[in-house]
Design a protein around this ligand. Structure first.
Ligand code: ATP
Length: 355
């Protein structure tokens, strides 16, 4: 197993900085997802790890070995892309076995064993003799995954491998992918813009924005404890609410709060703070209660799997609310909102402070 060290990598294309001084480590045998919006630099960083792109500055180390100047084929990494290259005249099993045929260190017995193993783990044994052109996109990607992992290279890189796979096959692919990674414990870097995929697959998620890593954390930690407004907004469906707040004389006030909060020590005074609260943690009732504030329901509730997504307005502040049952009122009617103190987050200049 191999740790990957990204040592202050910068990548510029002309005047544009695609990767902006990233320094981090991908731990041995973990699945790390690079997650972020389109254009944030995920693919560029992955291509630099693969050796397909040279960094403007910085070093890449695999297991302590500096590989920055090595070409891709000398880095011994497996790769799976959006559009895998397949050999249509070969069977599934032969496609998986192909890279192993060129590896003198792998005997034919060992080759057959590895092909058998990935066919089983990926649940495609029944397709072993099928030709690639007979497969749908999901199964093709399973073969691509199988081929990449059967080499047993210590590092495997994935660039949005499920993009062209339809929704149902996607789930099967993700399940197979999870089984493979748990079994083989290779160090995996997986690029995606899909938060559900990242939350499902990753041991750790590196959340990227504008060429920088905003947070590198376990999925639940990233969701529950975002260190930036960007993290709160990007994760979640919909993302976190941000309500203006201000601090004065040790107290935080905001239209979302029935009573002021005690401000944590060192909090900047004055306006310009933001209270973050996830839509599913806002409580909505028909009647007023302790700690509730009055609001106007302004959006038709949309039901998804027993939960209802709607919006309420307090003055000119819109609050997204995700309730467990049908909201207690209709559009244009009064509701009451409350936010548990323990679920609130305070941000100043986009970064989390206190609480
Ligand atoms: P996507 O999910 O859309 O692929 P990404 O996060 O993977 O997004 P990158 O493909 O890494 O983003 O691109 C980051 C930025 O660098 C983009 O603005 C892109 O236009 C730019 N870029 C990437 N490759 C080049 C290149 N060869 N020349 C110039 N600009 C480039």
């Amino acid at each position: 197993m191999t740790e990957i060290v990204i040592d202050h990598i910068v990548k510029r294309f002309g005047a544009f900085t695609a990767v902006d001084d990233i320094a981090m480590r991908f731990a041995d045998g973990e699945v790390a997802c690079l997650l972020g919006p389109s254009g944030c630099g995920k693919t560029t960083l992955m291509r630099i790890i693969a050796g397909l792109e040279a960094p403007t500055s910085g070093r890449i180390l695999f297991g302590g070995r500096d590989v920055t100047d090595l070409p891709p084929r000398k880095r011994n990494v497996g790769m799976v892309f959006q559009y895998p290259v397949m050999y249509p005249t070969l069977s599934v099993a032969e496609n998986i076995a192909l890279p192993l045929r060129y590896d003198r260190a792998v005997s034919s017995v060992e080759r057959d064993r590895r092909v058998d193993e990935v066919l089983d783990v990926l649940d495609i044994r029944g397709l072993a003799g099928a030709f690639i052109e007979e497969l749908d996109a999901g199964n093709r990607q399973k073969v691509a995954v199988g081929r990449a992992v059967a080499r047993q290279s210590e590092i495997v890189l994935f660039d949005e491998p499920t993009t062209n796979v339809e929704v149902k096959a996607k789930l099967a692919l993700i399940r197979a992918f999870k089984a493979v990674t748990q079994r083989l414990r290779q160090t995996i870097v997986y690029v995606t813009h899909d938060q559900t995929e990242a939350m499902t697959l990753a041991d750790r998620i590196a959340l990227m924005k504008s060429g920088k890593i905003m947070q590198y954390d376990r999925p639940q930690q990233l969701y529950n404890q975002p260190t930036t407004e960007f993290g709160g907004w990007f994760l979640g469906n919909p993302g976190m609410n941000f309500v203006p707040a201000s601090a004065e004389q040790g107290r935080i006030t905001s239209v979302i709060l029935a009573e002021p909060l005690a401000a944590p020590a060192g909090l900047p005074q004055g306006a310009g703070l933001t209270i973050g609260i996830r839509p599913e943690l806002v409580r909505m009732t028909g009647a007023a209660g302790p700690q509730t504030v009055e609001a106007l329901l302004v959006d038709q509730a949309i039901g998804i799997a027993g939960r209802y997504l709607t919006k309420a307005r307090i003055g000119d502040v819109l609050v997204k609310v995700n309730t467990e049952g049908i909201p207690p009122a209709g559009v244009g009617q009064k509701v009451h909102l409350s936010v548990p103190r323990e679920d609130l987050m305070i941000f100043a200049d986009g970064s989390r402070v206190g609480i």
